[in-house]
Design a protein around this ligand. Sequence first.
Ligand code: AMP
Length: 175
Amino acid sequence: MSEPIALLHRLIRTIPDFPQPGIQFKDITPILADGDGFRAAVDLFIAQIQDANVQKVVGIDARGFLFGAAVAYALGLGFIPVRKKGKLPWKTQHHSYTLEYGTNTVEIHEDAVSPGERVALIDDLLATGGTASAAVNLVRQLGGEVVKAIFLIELDFLGGRKNLTGIPVTTFLQY
Ligand code: AMP
C-alpha cells in the first residue's frame, strides 16, 4: 500500500448502521479535516485526469463536489454539479434510477456540457453504481462523453462497475 493510500485508509471512518441498519457508512469527513489527507486524495484524482484530455469535471451530489471542485480548480477545468432533483435553478435534464426501495432522480443543467465534450466523473464512493450510471446518462443526454469515472472508495462486493460498462473506472481504496 502506498503512503497516500495508507494515510487515506487510516482516515476513513466506518459508521455501522448509518443511515439505516445494515449499512456500513464510509465517512470521509476525517480526510477533509486533515490537510495532508485532503491533498493526498485530491492529488490521486488529479493524477488520473491530468493527461486524459478532458474539458470538464462532473461531480456527484454531494461529496463528489468536494473532491471534484478541488480537482477542477487545480487543472483549470470547468466543474459541473449533478444534483438531486429540485436543487438546480435553470433548465435541467433528469434521469431516474431504481433503488432497493423506490427511485431516485438526478439532474444536470441542460447547458452544462456541450456536444462532443470529454468529461471525467468524480464521486467519493462507488456502491451499486446506480448514481454514477445515472450521471453518465445525463452527460450523454447532453452529447458529452464520460471518458473516466473515478472514486475514492469502492464497495466491490456490490459490483457497481457492472453499471458503468465501457467506461474506465478507477478507485483508490476497496472494501
Ligand atoms: P450507489 O448509487 O449505490 O453507487 O451509491 C453511491 C452514492 O451513495 C455515492 O454518492 C455515495 O456517496 C453514497 N453511498 C452509498 N453507499 C455508501 C456507504 N456505504 N458509505 C458512504 N456513502 C455511500
